[in-house]
Design a protein around this ligand. Structure first.
Ligand code: GUN
Length: 304
């Protein structure tokens, strides 16, 4: 019987702690502000954006919402981002992905001021993460690390297997585990014999976006099973990549879906927005960055 890792509860504790810090900063005249841009009408994205707004309200962060209809031209979106980059009340900018067909994701990400890029998707921020000196920690991987820390699980020396190689989760997750001295393997859709590798995992992070991909027989007894994915199964219910009922009796720890990593991702976004606001002076982002070598030395910044 595995311990169920309570991401929802931990995220709530983090938001309370952030609310105090946001309040302190606001009393000094800097109220953190997050702009959320949603282009198109993807229903799942609309729910994520609504949840992010609610998190902002709970933390005392001012949220600014920009809803762009399907068919919005690229130039209109990048002009909006240029305005947000210049707006001193906005410390963080998040463009909800995936973008509708016709919009160029790479160009949009590149147009965000790296100092306001609270998703940590901009090449400059990805480079800083890679070097172990992040300005912002990537939200989902940072949420996973915070959850591991909460349950006193140290990746050092453990075989950490990440299934999925996306820019949002798989790649940065592998880096954060590596920086905490894990021995990291990355698997993906072209990995033959996936089970033979996942069975070696002390910490298994599934982020492939494929319901039912990880079954009980792919788990080492006593492993830590972290399910990052958010899929809908044939019945339309939310589920991850892991077959929870098969894995839960075998693993030592497991995250539920929903209520595991998802709320942690959003809590890390709030943390990044506060970090961005804290590093402003005179309403302008301070361009100092990359000041956290301790990520390499052993511990991520536990600032929440
Ligand atoms: N779509 C799915 N996850 C994310 C995320 O973390 N950030 C953004 N901007 N879009 C997403």
């Amino acid at each position: 019987m595995a311990v169920i890792m309570d991401g929802k509860g931990l995220a709530s504790k983090i938001r309370s702690s952030l609310a105090e810090k946001v309040n302190k900063l606001s009393r000094k005249g800097i109220r953190p502000g997050l702009a959320v841009v949603l282009a198109g009408n993807d229903p799942a994205s609309a729910i994520y954006v609504k949840n992010k707004k609610a998190d902002c309200a709970e933390c005392g962060i001012e949220s600014f919402e920009y809803l762009l209809p399907d068919g919005t031209p690229q130039g209109e979106l990048t002009s909006l981002i240029a305005e947000l980059n210049a707006n001193g009340k906005i410390h963080g900018i998040l463009v909800q992905l995936p973008l509708p067909r016709g919009l160029n994701e790479a160009e949009v990400i590149a147009s965000i001021d790296p100092c306001k890029d609270v998703d940590a998707f901009h090449a400059e921020n990805v480079g800083l993460i890679c070097q172990g000196t992040p300005r912002f920690l990537p939200c989902t991987p940072a949420g996973v690390m915070a959850l591991l820390d909460e349950y006193k699980i140290d990746p050092a020396g453990k075989h950490c297997v990440v299934v999925g190689r996306s820019n949002i989760v798989g790649k940065p997750q592998a880096l954060l585990l590596l920086h905490r001295h894990g021995t990291v393997s990355i698997c993906h859709s072209r990995t033959p014999g996936l089970g033979s590798i996942t069975r070696q995992a002390d910490i298994l992070v599934a982020a492939a976006g494929k319901a039912g991909l990880i079954t009980g027989e792919m788990i080492k007894p006593g492993a830590i099973a972290i399910d990052v994915a958010m899929n809908r199964n044939e019945q339309g219910t939310l589920c991850g990549d892991m077959v929870f009922d098969e894995i839960e009796p075998i693993a030592a720890y497991i995250t539920p879906v929903p209520g595991g990593v998802g709320p942690m991702t959003r809590a890390m976004l709030m943390q990044n927005t506060l970090t961005a606001a804290e590093s402003t002076m005179n309403g302008r982002p301070v361009r100092l960055c990359g000041t956290s070598p301790d990520v390499v030395q052993g511990s991520t910044r536990r600032r929440y």
